[in-house]
Design a protein around this ligand. Structure first.
Ligand code: HEC
Length: 279
């Protein structure tokens, strides 16, 4: 019975993905990030490059309001560098000016500024928000089996801009992106059942990275391919700065569970030993 049911379920999933793909499923690339897998960890230099890209390009529109600036010390910056980084931002302090509030230079204890442009979502947690969007119907299957998460989504999204397909009228607003699925479609790109016939959809954000958008002091590549990975890794860090500690805690937990299993096994043997010997 159970076998039959699961077979039916599997077939259903298989069939539905087939149907979905026919409508043009967005393709999220499977990047291999340093922080993937049970032993993976963040690459500090990559996070520093990502921060630079965020600061020079993305922060024009996007905020990171849940990230304290002092956390940048985790990227390998010393106190002075974090202080200097903070001082480029202005924050609103409600206590200044006799309680009327005023702007002042940001300190490491402040958060990154909030959203700066209308409609541009805050990016602090975006990498986690979009983590489960892979695989059929956002079941998170690709995340589970291939370790693909929000960082893959963001890198693919930034790389997913293409010329609008022929079905779209030239004046359709937005930018065609093969990875973005939450946007709108021109009616001419829908079939009779209302399903879209092209992968992706139209996004309000114009292509932000083109390659060579920033210069790195150490001469590291600033190709588009490399930039999208760097900024995606950085946004994974903002969304989950304690990923390494979480993995470590997991290992310690598993270690103690194993230890307890061994002890229980030995205790069990000892308790039953006299009875077993009789038989
Ligand atoms: C000119 C302003 C602007 C810049 C610069 C910009 N963005 Fe955006 N971004 C937007 C807007 C507006 C949206 C919302 C688009 C929509 O929902 O149609 C958006 C949406 C997003 C999303 C969410 C997509 C989703 O699945 O909902 C991500 C991720 C993102 N941007 C990342 C970036 C990164 C990384 C950079 C820097 C490399 C960047 N953006 C630069 C304006 C901008």
């Amino acid at each position: 019975m159970f076998k039959k049911l699961s077979l039916a379920a599997l077939t259903a999933i298989g069939l539905s993905t087939g149907a979905y793909a026919a409508g043009g499923e967005a393709h999220v690339e499977d990047y291999s990030f340093s922080f993937e897998g049970p032993f993976g960890s963040y690459d500090q230099m990559q996070l520093q490059r990502g921060l630079k890209i965020y600061t020079e390009v993305c922060s024009a529109c996007h905020g990171l309001q849940y990230v304290p600036i002092r956390d940048l010390s985790a990227l390998g910056y010393n106190e002075d560098e974090v202080f200097a980084y903070a001082s480029q931002f202005e924050v609103w302090d409600p206590e200044l000016n006799d309680g009327d509030g005023d702007f002042r230079t940001a300190l490491p204890t402040d958060q990154f500024p909030a959203v700066t442009s209308a409609n541009a979502p805050d990016l602090s947690l975006m990498a986690k928000k979009r983590a489960g969007f892979h695989g059929p119907y956002g079941l998170g299957i690709n995340q589970f089996f291939k370790g693909m998460g929000g960082a893959e989504y963001i890198a693919s999204l930034l790389h997913g801009y293409e010329e609008a397909p022929e079905c779209a009228p030239e004046d359709f607003p937005g930018n065609y992106n093969t990875v973005f699925t939450a946007g709108g479609y021109p009616p001419s790109c829908l079939n009779e059942e209302g399903h879209h016939t092209v992968p992706g959809s139209w996004i309000g954000m114009g292509q932000p990275l083109w390659g060579e958008d920033v210069e790195f002091d150490d001469g590291h590549s600033n190709s588009l391919e490399s930039e999208v990975e760097d900024v995606a890794a950085f946004l994974m860090w903002t969304a989950e700065p304690k990923m390494m500690q979480r993995k470590e805690a997991g290992f310690i937990g598993v270690f103690f569970l194993l230890l307890m299993s061994v002890l229980l096994y030995l205790v069990n043997k000892r308790i039953w030993a006299p009875i077993k010997r009789k038989g």
